[in-house]
Design a binder for this molecule. Structure first.
Ligand code: C2E
Ligand code: MG
Ligand code: MG
Length: 762
């Protein structure tokens, strides 16, 4: 704006300067040329007639002299008088003219004196010649005097003429110097005007460029797809670009009134904007059609107008809201996430706290979910998590009467949490956890397959187990980990020593990582006995860890903690290799040819190349495959039935045998069981323990034995500690047994000795 005013005023200033210079030049040229004109007028009007008059006078004088001479010669008095008078008249009028033209009276007076003398000579001559005798002598003398007088007058007139010429020369010189001055001035002025023209030309160029730029800029609002408006101070629309009509169409405005795009309280806003020192503001508002617009208004005080820029920010707003939703929700299950849990915790729990109520946090983890992912992939994993969530949601809906306002969160991976902000009795969260565990017992289905999943649930209670979200969560996690270590599918309430114990477990797990390389791992063998013959037919290899400080540790003290980290895989591989190698190396008559049972963990069973690995171990150790029996628990076998059938079938091809460990503790679907290419069912020791007194246990063992017989499977009972137990099992038709009654698990050297010396109790 300033620049434009500057350029304009500069151009105008230069224009005025040129005008002024022109006027001055015109004035000077006018005065100078007037001076020159006066000089030439003077020349033509005065000097030339003066010189003419002098010349005419000189001529007349010569003629007068000749009249005198002629009279002397022809003595014609009459003619002399006539001629003399005529020329005298001419001379007199010549003098009068000259006297008028010249101001040199003195010189003229002397000339006239001489002329009078000539008249006197003429009269004297007439007297000398008219009267007789003529006095010719005197006449001749008078004639020569007349010649002298005329000559003198001529000289005087020449002086006069010279004087006039010198004056003419002077004024001519003055006129020519005036003309030169004029020339110089004209050149000077022309130069100045040239420079000014350059200057003006430069600014005109700048001005034109600026105008072009302004015109170009003026096109911007026209091309802008968003509405651009110009408003008067009162808010009247002075200009609206084509984008305005587009947006009106987009929002489905009924009229073409652009005000439909502006805030309803526009006038108020404009007034306050004008009053403020800041001349720009941005507003967001909703217009008809529910769209959100953003309008930026600039107040331009020098132009006294508002510039308005309207943008449709509906999509941006939605995206922002979407992002916020995403930040607080889990994409897979659509559940609120951990961030939401942390943000909601205070509001929901503290409010209930004021009402004197407690809050419970149930943290749930899917047991062995890593195994699910590793064996079935993330897609199935995701589907199963969604199914778990659906079931949990359904349950929470059903128990709404007993547990108010409970919310389900997905914390991460397979971890879910239920926050129960206010509950009446302490039994409530435990009761809810039990409901959940029960609900999980039904199989899940994904992509046409059946899966069995269980949850481990850790419970912490506010304010007893923690006052903040993080503490409650950490303690619920400790409780959940304990539930997992107990084998999963269970619940644990947080107790104060849990965190300490958890720390110990963590330390132990770290040491376990190096147990193999430190040579601290051992395999103990427990004989398996054929009940009918009383002969040892095989042995189960059981892992032990000879801890340098803690002594000999059994699997329950270290194996569960290695499940989550995956360490169980390498431990299992060590056990498999060692068992096969030691069995292959057995060369006493008692041990040669015995079969060896090796436990396969869920993580190991999930390895996609399990069959290859087993085959490689058999090849390496040289053990006959028929002497190897692999034990998988019922839970592992049932997790993904189709896969189990595949793995079992593949390994069966080599002649490897399979036993279902801990049978009866899970929830085997009998219809699937018969499709598994199995060899043995191992009755879990928890059912043997109550024999023979516990009727339920007896019924279960009988049923399992009957099932085994009908499926043509061997049945082995584990944990047999007493003869009575053995007797009942024999009676029920059980094929084999293992347990402390025959022998505890023992190191390999002792095993050989045991078989060499001990005979099976019949
Ligand atoms: P499991 O396969 O069911 O093994 C039988 C468990 O019962 C063994 O416990 C054994 O010592 C114990 N047992 C045998 N007879 C009696 C008895 O008469 N009374 C009592 N009370 N217990 C008896 P252990 O050795 O502590 O092993 C526990 C579990 O650890 C095993 O249960 C098995 O699932 C797992 N395990 C052991 N070794 C390995 C291994 O090398 N790899 C894998 N993956 N798991 C293993
Ligand atoms: Mg076993
Ligand atoms: Mg067992």
């Amino acid at each position: 704006m300033d620049l434009r005013l500057g350029i304009k005023s500069r151009i105008f200033g230069a224009y005025l300067l040129v005008l002024a210079l022109g006027a001055v030049l015109a004035f000077l040229v006018y005065t100078d040329s007037k001076h020159v004109a006066d000089t030439s007028r003077q020349l033509t009007g005065n000097v030339v007639p003066q010189l003419n008059a002098i010349n005419a006078l000189k001529l007349d004088l010569l003629m007068q002299e000749s009249v005198l001479y002629r009279y002397y010669i022809n003595l014609d008095h009459e003619r002399f008088l006539a001629d003399y008078e005529r020329i005298d008249n001419a001379c007199v009028s010549g003098f009068v003219n000259l006297a008028e033209a010249l101001d040199q009276r003195l010189l003229l007076q002397s000339v006239q004196g001489d002329y009078n003398r000539l008249g006197q000579i003429g009269r004297n001559l007439d007297a000398a010649l008219k009267n007789k005798p003529r006095n010719t002598k005197r006449a001749a003398k008078l004639l020569s005097e007349a010649g002298e007088v005329v000559g003198r007058i001529h000289r005087e007139l020449d002086v006069l003429a010279g004087d006039i010429s010198s004056r003419v020369q002077q004024s001519g010189a003055r006129a020519s110097s005036t003309v030169e001055t004029m020339q110089r001035r004209v050149i000077l002025f022309a130069g100045a005007i040239f420079l000014i023209s350059l200057f003006v030309g430069y600014y005109i160029n700048v001005y034109i460029n600026e105008q072009t730029e302004r015109r170009r800029l003026a096109m911007f609002p026209e091309r802008n797809p968003n509405p651009v408006l110009q408003l008067s101070p009162a808010g009247a629309v002075l200009y609206a670009n084509p984008g305005t009509a587009e947006l009106l169409k987009k929002i489905g405005a009924v009229s073409n009134d652009v005000r439909a795009l502006l805030p309803l309280d526009l006038e108020k806003r404009l007034t306050s904007l004008r009053a403020k020192p800041a001349s720009h503001e941005l507003w967001e508002y909703t217009v008809e059609g529910g769209r959100t617009l953003e309008c930026g208004i600039h107040w331009l005080p020098d132009l006294e107008i508002f510039h308005v820029y309207v943008t449709d920010v509906t999509e941006r707003k939605r995206a922002q809201e979407g992002l916020i939703h995403q930040a607080y929700h889990d994409a897979l299950t659509k559940l609120p996430n951990r961030l939401m849990f942390e943000e909601e915790f205070e509001r929901r729990v503290y409010a209930n706290d004021r009402a004197g109520m407690r809050a419970a946090l149930l943290l749930m983890g899917v047991d062995r979910f890593r195994v699910v992912i590793e064996s079935m992939g993330h897609d199935i994993g995701d589907l199963l998590l969604q199914a778990v969530v659906a079931r949990l949601k359904h349950l929470l809906g059903e128990v709404r009467g007993q547990v108010r306002e409970s919310t389900l969160y997905r914390m991460e991976g397979d971890r879910f949490a239920i926050l129960v902000p206010g509950f009446a009795t302490s039994q409530n969260p435990v009761w809810l956890a039990e409901q959940i565990l029960e609900e999980m017992q039904q199989p899940f289905h994904a992509l046409g397959r059946e899966y069995h999943l269980s949850l481990s649930i850790g419970i912490s209670v506010y304010p007893l187990d923690g006052q903040e979200a993080a503490t409650l969560l950490r303690n619920a996690e400790a409780a959940m980990q304990r539930a997992k270590r107990q084998g999963g599918a269970g619940l644990e309430c947080y107790t104060r020593d849990m965190n300490e114990r958890a720390a110990e477990w963590l330390a132990l797990e770290n040491e376990l990582r190096h147990a193999e390389e430190h040579g601290e791992l051992r395999l103990y063998y427990q004989p398996q006995v054929d009940i009918a013959s009383g002969r040892v037919i095989g042995a189960e290899a059981l892992l032990r860890w000879e801890h340098p400080k803690l002594g000999l540790l059994v699997p329950s003290q270290f194996l569960a903690l290695s499940e989550e980290s995956g360490l169980v895989v390498s431990l299992g591989e060590w056990a498999l290799y060692t068992a096969c190698a030691q069995a292959a190396a057995a060369d006493t008559p008692e041990t040669r040819g015995l079969s060896v049972s090796v436990n396969i963990s869920a993580r190991q069973f999930a390895l996609p190349d399990l069959a290859k690995r087993v085959a490689a171990v058999l090849q390496d150790t040289g053990l006959s495959p028929t002497r190897l029996e692999l034990e998988i628990t019922e839970g592992v076998a049932m997790q993904d039935i189709v896969r189990t059938i595949g793995v079992l079938t593949e390994l069966k091809k080599f002649g490897v045998k399979f036993a279902v460990d801990d049978f009866g503790t899970g929830f085997s679907s009998l219809s699937y069981l018969k499709r598994f290419p199995l060899d043995k069912l191992k009755i879990d020791q928890s059912f043997v323990r109550g024999l023979p007194a516990d009727e339920n246990d007896a019924a279960i063992t009988r049923a399992v034995i009957a099932l085994g017989q009908s499926l043509k499977l061997k049945v082995i009972a584990e944990g047999v500690e007493t003869r009575k137990q053995l007797d009942l099992l024999r009676e029920q038709g059980c094929n084999e047994y293992q347990g402390d009654f025959f022998s505890k698990p023992v190191p390999i050297q002792e095993f050989d000795r045991l078989l060499a010396h001990a005979s099976a109790p019949a």
